[in-house]
Each structure stands twice: as structure tokens, then as C-alpha cells.
Design a protein around this ligand. Structure first.
Ligand code: 5AD
Ligand code: SF4
Length: 446
């Protein structure tokens, strides 16, 4: 039997990173695959792609070109392309990269072990980019981890169809993972020492699972309450949520669950109602502001981060100014900002784009300037305060211990004692934009 050695290259968001970790788990479990970070040792190469922005296709063929050379030297190598570009392009990928063996989508990666077995047997190209009825979650083996903070996917796909976005086309319709499986997985993680859980999904707050046995509906708010009851899980984070589904029931959970961190990522995309409507975001700035105000009423010190798109077709200078005003008026803390990128087949890609690239770059630069000032301001405020961090490990960059604060800042500190997996109090002695330096003060009680 062949020794399977798998090398995975991942592009894109946390969701894709999570999918890749699951691919690794499944391949280890079913094919006894060893995971390698050295491509030279590998005989299975997987590229997990992302197509949300930029020139994803070009990037793909550049990467595959490099892998073609490896396959020429060793024809036994199997090349698989997965993720959103695979889902979007399908068999067309073969026109420019005939040597690819497997194409799979974000919802079919659990079939990889079978596909690899078949490829070896029949030496014939395989493709499966379907959105199967039996969701992939059912095939995930329980995760083995040494980490103290862990991601877990709770919902897949998206039904929102924002006019600029490719995700609903590549990842398919929303499917909520059964709440019992989520709780089991989190319990399994917590038994291995995980203290912080980060719930993932394109739209976590539209989570809805109806238990066929008791006909009960489990919303995201209810799920959070159940997770908070797992004793050794001390912190809960989630990304990404949509303002439209940010219900009062969810807002009230901030009162009920102190474990829910004082940090919320709630993408607004634009500060202009006109642009929000063209984006089909389904909320107004007033509604977005009301959500933030309600959450702040319960948690006055919660910090808010957001995503922004600049240069959406038809965005005027005044629309853009509204986005900057929103950042300042709502005193947002952090932001991820992007120049609008037309995605094939989306409604926005057919809209007239009348803003030149220089202007788009100028707007992006300005927005990033304002949001960075905000981040810096909040980080500076933390100077000389005592913060609680969960110690996650030693940083390969500076050899110092590091952990995260509730508000998502990395704190580095020196210590002769290993506190990994512990919550500790640190005094902040130096502040950079996204990271801080601290001094150990004491171990927390919990
Ligand atoms: N162009 C630019 N940014 C986009 N995003 C999603 N689609 C596009 C696009 N076509 C951004 C949004 C989203 C984040 C994950 O990526 O801001 O919240
Ligand atoms: Fe894309 Fe909108 Fe769905 Fe987010 S909510 S994944 S931006 S379609």
C-alpha cells in the first residue's frame, strides 16, 4: 500500500482554513494519510481555493503550473482542486490544467478519500462539485487538537445573495449543523483542553435547527446558551453575522452569557443607504445603528469591527463620505476593507462601474487610514490597564508567550513559567496597533 502524504495549500478566509483542517482530519482518518508541510515529500497535493475577491482564476493556474512540474517528475502525484474557484469553474479548469486529477467543491470534500482510491484504481479524472443533501458535517471525525482555542463550523452556505457576492453560488444554500453534533464536538474539544470556542459560518446568526423529535426550533441565541453551559469553555466568539438576522433574542444573550466576548464583528459594508440597497443588504444605516446601540446598552464597552467595500458601482463621493462618518459616529474599532471586485454571474457585475481604479484606491487608502486610527486609539486606551488573556502558545516570530484579550488584541509577554491554556491577568506596558506587550500579574481564578 502506498504511503499517503498530503500537502494542503489554503487560500481565503477562516472558513476555508477550517475546511482544510477538516480535509486533513478526514484524510488522516480514512486514508491513514500523513500531513506534511513540505511539498517535496507529498504525493497528494490539494489546493483549497477562494474566489471572493481578486483574480482567483489567474492565481489558480499560476499555482497549478508550479505543481505540474512536480507531477512531471513524479506521475504518481495526485492533484486536487477544491473550494470556491473549483465550484465556480468546474471542469473548465481542465482546459488549462489537464493534469488535475480531482475537482471538488466546498460541500463535497468529505468524499476525497473515496475519490483518491478511485483515481488510483481507474486512473480517470473525477469531479464532484454538487451540493449534496447529506451534509458533509456528518462525515467529520471528532477533532484531535493541542490548541486551547478552536474553530467550529455551525452553519454552511448563505441564502442572502448580496448582489456583489459569489458565496451563495459557490457554497450553496444555508445548512445548519444539528445542535447536538455541535455540542458533542465542543465537549470533545473541551475535554482536550480547549477553553475558547470560535463559531464559524458565513452567517452564524441565521443558524436555525429544527429538532424533528421534539419539534423545537434551536436559534443561534439558543445554541449560544447551550454552549455556554459547557463548563470548561470559558470564552465564546463568533464570525460572521449579518445585521438583518441580529435579533433581539440574540442581543439579550449578551446579558445572559458573560462568556460571550466583548467584541463583535458585524459587517456593514457601506455607510450609505442607497449603496446598501444596491448591494441588497436588507437593512438601513438606522437599523444597523439601532443594533449597535442595543448591544452597547447591555455591554457598554463592547468593541465593534466591520467589513467595508469601497468603489461599489455607482458609489459617489458623498456615499463614501457616509461610510467614513459611520466609522467615526459609531466609534468602530476595527475593519476589513476591500475594493469592490466584480464576481462572475453576480447581479452587481452587470451594474455600470463608473469609478476609476485610482479613485477606488484613494478611497480604500482613506478608509484604512480612518479605521487604523480607531484601532490605534482603542489599543492605546489599554495601556497600563490589567487585561485577561488566554495564553495560546509561544510566538515563532519573537519567541514570547502570547494570548488574546477579549477584544481580539494579541498580547506578548515574557515568562519563565508555562501558562499555556490558562487565563492570566497581564498589565499592558506597550501598545501597537493590533498587538500589545504585557507583564504577567496573576493567574485568573476560573
Ligand atoms: N468585492 C469586494 N469585497 C467583497 N466581499 C465579498 N464579496 C466581495 C466583492 N465582490 C467582502 C465583504 C465581505 C467580506 C468577507 O468580503 O466585505 O463581508
Ligand atoms: Fe456574501 Fe452577503 Fe452571504 Fe455574506 S451575507 S456570504 S456578503 S451573500
Amino acid at each position: 500500500m502506498l504511503n499517503n502524504k498530503l500537502y494542503i495549500k489554503t487560500w481565503g478566509c477562516q472558513m476555508n482554513e477550517y475546511d482544510s483542517s477538516k480535509i486533513a482530519d478526514i484524510m488522516e482518518n480514512k486514508l491513514n494519510c500523513k500531513i506534511t508541510t513540505s511539498i517535496k515529500d507529498a504525493n497528494i497535493l490539494i489546493l483549497n481555493t477562494c474566489s471572493i475577491r481578486e483574480k482567483a482564476q489567474e492565481k489558480l493556474f499560476h499555482q497549478l503550473g508550479r505543481w505540474k512540474i512536480l507531477k512531471k517528475k513524479n506521475p504518481e502525484i495526485i492533484i486536487g482542486v477544491g473550494g470556491c474557484v473549483a465550484s465556480q469553474e468546474g471542469k473548465k479548469i481542465l482546459d488549462r490544467a489537464y493534469y488535475v486529477d480531482i475537482i471538488f467543491g466546498p460541500q463535497t470534500f468529505h468524499k476525497l478519500p473515496k475519490m483518491i482510491y478511485k483515481i488510483r484504481k481507474f486512473k480517470k479524472f473525477l469531479i464532484d462539485i454538487s451540493f449534496p443533501k447529506i451534509e458533509k458535517f456528518k462525515f467529520f471525525p471528532l477533532t484531535k487538537t493541542k490548541n486551547v482555542s478552536s474553530f467550529i463550523s455551525i452553519i454552511e452556505g448563505c441564502n442572502k445573495y448580496c448582489t456583489y457576492c459569489i458565496v451563495p453560488h459557490t457554497r450553496g444554500k444555508e445548512i445548519s449543523r444539528p445542535y447536538k453534533d455541535i455540542l458533542l464536538e465542543i465537549k470533545n474539544l473541551s475535554d482536550q483542553g480547549v477553553k475558547e470556542i470560535h463559531l464559524l459560518g458565513q452567517n452564524v446568526n441565521s443558524y436555525k435547527y429544527i429538532d424533528k423529535k421534539n419539534k423545537k426550533c434551536y436559534t443561534f441565541a439558543k445554541l449560544l446558551i447551550l454552549i455556554s453551559k459547557i463548563e470548561n469553555i470559558k470564552r465564546i466568539r463568533f464570525t460572521t453575522s449579518h445585521p438583518k438576522d441580529f435579533s433581539d433574542e440574540l442581543i439579550n444573550v449578551y446579558q445572559k452569557i458573560p462568556k460571550l466576548v466583548n467584541f463583535l464583528h458585524l459587517p456593514v459594508q457601506s455607510g450609505s443607504d442607497r449603496i446598501l440597497s444596491l448591494m441588497k443588504r436588507r437593512y438601513s444605516i438606522l437599523e444597523y445603528t439601532k443594533i449597535i446601540n442595543k448591544v452597547r446598552y447591555i455591554r457598554p464597552y463592547i468593541q465593534i469591527s466591520s467589513d467595508f467595500i469601497v468603489g461599489f458601482p455607482g458609489e459617489t463621493k458623498s456615499d463614501f463620505d457616509d461610510t467614513i462618518s459611520l466609522i467615526l459616529d459609531l466609534d468602530l474599532d476595527m475593519g476589513f476593507s476591500f475594493i469592490y471586485s466584480p464576481r462572475p454571474g453576480t447581479p452587481a457585475s452587470k451594474m455600470k462601474d463608473n469609478i476609476n481604479i485610482l479613485e477606488k484606491k484613494k478611497r480604500l487608502y482613506l478608509l484604512q487610514h480612518y479605521i487604523t486610527q480607531q484601532t490605534k486609539k482603542f489599543s492605546l486606551k489599554m495601556l497600563n490597564t490589567i487585561q485577561i488573556i488566554l495564553v495560546e502558545g509561544i510566538s515563532p516570530q519573537n519567541n514570547k508567550y502570547f494570548g488574546k484579550t477579549e477584544n481580539n488584541r494579541i498580547v506578548y509577554f515574557m515568562s519563565k513559567i508555562n501558562y499555556i491554556g490558562k487565563f492570566i491577568n497581564v498589565k499592558i506596558i506597550d501598545s501597537y496597533i493590533y498587538s500589545l506587550y504585557g507583564e504577567f500579574i496573576s493567574i485568573c481564578n476560573n
